[in-house]
Design a protein around this ligand. Structure first.
Ligand SMILES: Nc1ncnc2c1ncn2[C@@H]1O[C@H](COP(=O)(O)OP(=O)(O)OP(=O)(O)O)[C@@H](O)[C@H]1O
Ligand SMILES: [Zn+2]
Length: 712
């Protein structure tokens, strides 16, 4: 079907081409036929008469000439009019005939005297005629009137040329349009693309932006100004014209800007930086102009430019073409921002997640001089955001948003909104009446790793390797980490990975110690360690792990200054050539230093791997049991993992485990067992599990009775 469509669109092109060619031909042909090579005989005769001084007066109107001959006889003869036209065929009255007669009756010149001859003259000969008339005027006192022709021929030419130009423009347009990709309106070429968002129907208030208290505090001032500018002018206060919102995607930058507009009750215009970028040079700048012109009519107002980095990169840098357009656009924005005074009440807000690459001119005073960092929410923030998005969703009783917030560090507002929506979809698919904790848990992983693919085909051997690989990761988390917890271990392939071990810090960490980094390296190596210990061979399945821990080790050496013999030294390796700071210059140190760095990285990895192998052999029984259970049920949760771990690890080995305050807290809260209360805890857990299983089965049974519409 795709092929067909392709052919169909292709067919249009030759059609337009042929059409254009045809027009061109017609054009040439008309010109060709209209261009008489020689004056026709009638015209020659007239010209002769003029030369001979036999003409009294000539009127020329619209290429039609009317020649009045001198009446040399004084005799009063009735006037006859001889009409000759260029296409006059064998007309008896043709001037030629008369002239011929005239020649025959040479002695009797009376025949022509005093007559008026009418004739159309091709525009090609008009100049010659006028020249002759001018000469005769001086020579014989001939008079003539010349009215500029509105010639049909000329008009046709003009029309033809216009049509041609139009067609040419149209076909070029068509070509560009196709390059721009379908779906875009080619007629929307110029003009501002800024959209005015109607916030009255869908207001976003500060209450809708959860967990961003600091950001909201900073925005409050702008709301105040937009609401009550007089107060600020009176005090001579300078209000920022531009506010730069900096933060990763999905942290609510757009939401915040909208909320400011709603709270202040001013119009909100939004445009994305990439909307300015077209393949036509100059369009971006004109869009900027039009946008500001439009908004100036509705002040006070907010303009929100999303992804400003698309245009706001440092000028004169960047790869490839297209930055001329960008520079023009950026310049135009700067000009506009300089142009409106702060009294005009336009505030431009711009969002970016790459403030480092922005042109310094953007952040100069009077432009985007106010910068607000919007960071991913902390645990309290996440809980608040979840509460906002849980509104209108039927959550099962007892679902603790705090707990969900606790296990989703690093999630942005958009992730959390997505998570609750996914959970609702999962529940709906099961025809459940409410969203359960299981749905939410599944949704978390869905958001994190993309949809689970239970049906990926894996051989038994592969499954076993994966199980031991994941068990290896999990054991390393449990035995070595002071900060992380094993949240779930799974051999259900998700995203790219064959399985996954989810581990999360108990608390959000802003700084990591050297020990923590080493622990993370060991966790990453645990997968390969597990394979090595059990199968005495290693697979390619660990390549991601290896990459990440090598990167981390290198960072420890070059960025964090944590290498044994190179402590506190930093070696910058620019790995981002899109930063615009030159290509080809990759590091600023000698080959010898590079070697030293490599050696240090190797040392770190080697030492870590050795510790991993020692630790895993101490925990071999637990490793095997956990892998076994994984092969059975594919997925085990935190509590079950802990039970298996405790059951299968001798006390003297348990004593060697890292102290993990987060886990201690969970034990205190009764969420995790200890070696001492293991039996009792296990019983409780089993009963709990049976209960939820029963509920699940019931729900499924109910679902089975109702035809499943959601699947259809
Ligand atoms: N603090 C928050 N409170 C409530 N919802 C939020 C919050 N942050 C983000 N969201 C949700 O995430 C969605 C996306 O957020 P938004 O578009 O504002 O993010 P952004 O930072 O502008 O992202 P991008 O950089 O990708 O444009 C919002 O529509 C909202 O549903
Ligand atoms: Zn792994």
């Amino acid at each position: 079907m795709f092929e067909k469509e392709k052919r169909k669109t292709k067919g249009i092109r030759p059609n337009i081409g042929t059409f254009l060619l045809l027009i061109l031909f017609a054009f040439i042909a008309i010109y060709y036929f209209m261009g008489d090579k020689e004056p026709d005989t009638d015209l020659s005769a007239i010209l002769q008469l003029v030369d001979d001084g036999k003409v009294q007066h000539v009127d020329i109107v619209n290429n039609k000439i009317s020649v009045k001959l001198i009446d040399t006889r004084k005799a009063k003869q009735p006037e006859t009019t001889v009409t000759g036209t260029s296409d006059a065929s064998s007309n008896n009255d043709s001037l030629l005939n008369i002239l011929a007669n005239n020649k025959q009756t040479d002695k009797n010149k009376i025949v022509l005297d005093g007559r008026t001859i009418n004739k159309y003259v091709s525009p090609n000969w008009m100049n010659l005629l006028l020249e002759k008339l001018e000469k005769a005027k001086d020579k014989y006192g001939l008079t003539y009137n010349y009215t500029e022709p509105i010639s049909l021929g000329a008009m046709t030419n003009v029309i033809l040329i216009l049509v041609m130009l139009g067609l040419l423009a149209f076909s070029m347009w068509n070509l560009f349009f196709r390059q721009m990709g379908e779906g875009k309106n080619p007629l929307n070429f110029g003009g501002s693309k800024a959209k005015r968002v109607d916030l009255s129907t869908d207001p976003v208030t500060f209450a809708d932006v959860a967990g961003a208290d600091e950001e909201k505090g900073e925005m409050q001032e702008i709301v105040d100004f937009l609401k009550n500018p007089q107060k600020y002018y009176a005090l001579g206060a300078k209000i920022p014209r531009g506010v730069l919102l900096v933060g990763p995607p999905g942290t609510g930058k757009t939401l915040l800007a909208k909320a400011v507009a709603t709270e202040a009750g001013v119009p909100f215009y939004t445009i994305s930086g990439s909307d300015f970028m077209e393949m036509y040079v100059g369009v971006g700048a004109s869009r900027v102009r039009e946008m500001f012109n439009e908004v100036k009519k509705h002040t006070p107002a907010i303009i929100f430019i999303d992804e400003i980095d698309a245009i706001g990169r440092q000028r004169g840098s960047g790869l490839g073409g297209g930055h001329d357009e960008r520079e023009q656009t950026l310049n135009q924005i700067l000009v506009e921002m300089d142009g409106f005074s702060s009294t005009q009440g336009i505030i431009v807000m711009a969002a970016t997640n790459r403030p480092d690459i922005l042109d310094a001119a953007l952040t100069r005073p009077g432009r985007f001089d106010r910068q607000i960092t919007v960071s991913p929410p902390d645990i309290q923030g996440r809980e608040d955001i979840l509460a906002v998005h849980a509104k209108g969703k039927k959550l099962a009783k007892g679902i603790d948003l705090r707990e969900i917030a606790r296990i989703t560090p690093g999630f942005t507002g958009a992730d959390l909104a997505n998570l609750l929506n996914e959970a609702a979809l999962l529940a709906a698919r099961k025809n459940a009446k409410e969203i359960t904790y299981f749905d939410i848990q599944d949704a978390i992983f869905k958001v994190m790793l993309g949809p689970e693919k239970k049906n990926r085909i894996m051989s038994e051997k592969e499954r076993s390797i994966t199980a031991h690989h994941e068990a290896g990761h999990a054991i390393m988390v449990r035995a070595m980490s002071e900060t992380e917890r094993v949240e779930r271990v799974s051999i259900i392939s998700a995203g790219q990975a064959g399985g996954y071990t989810a581990h999360k810090p108990f608390e959000d960490l802003y700084y990591a110690s050297k020990d923590h980094l080493l622990q993370n390296i060991m966790i990453a190596l645990g997968g390969r360690g597990g394979e090595q210990l059990i199968f005495k061979q290693i697979t390619t399945g660990a390549s991601n792990d290896l990459e990440s821990c090598n990167k981390l080790a290198r960072k420890m050496v070059t960025v964090y200054g944590m290498a044994e013999h190179m402590e506190n030294l930093v070696f910058t390796e620019s790995d981002d050539m899109f930063m615009g700071h030159g290509i080809g210059h990759s590091h600023s140190f000698s080959e010898h230093t590079a070697q030293l760095i490599d050696n240090n990285v190797k040392e770190i990895i080697d030492a870590a791997y050795k510790r991993v192998m020692t630790c895993l052999s101490q925990h071999e029984t637990a490793l095997r049991k956990i892998a076994e259970r994984l092969l059975e049920v594919e997925r085990i949760d935190e509590v079950e993992f802990e039970i298996l771990y405790l059951e299968n690890t001798p006390p003297e080995i348990l004593a060697l485990d890292a102290v993990n305050p987060g886990r201690e807290q969970m034990i205190k809260d009764g969420l995790l067992p200890t070696k001492d209360n293991l039996a009792e805890f296990k019983e409780k857990y089993a009963a709990q599990k049976a209960e939820t299983e029963k509920k699940r089965a019931m729900a499924q049974l109910q679902a089975a009775e109702v035809p499943d519409l959601t699947e259809a």
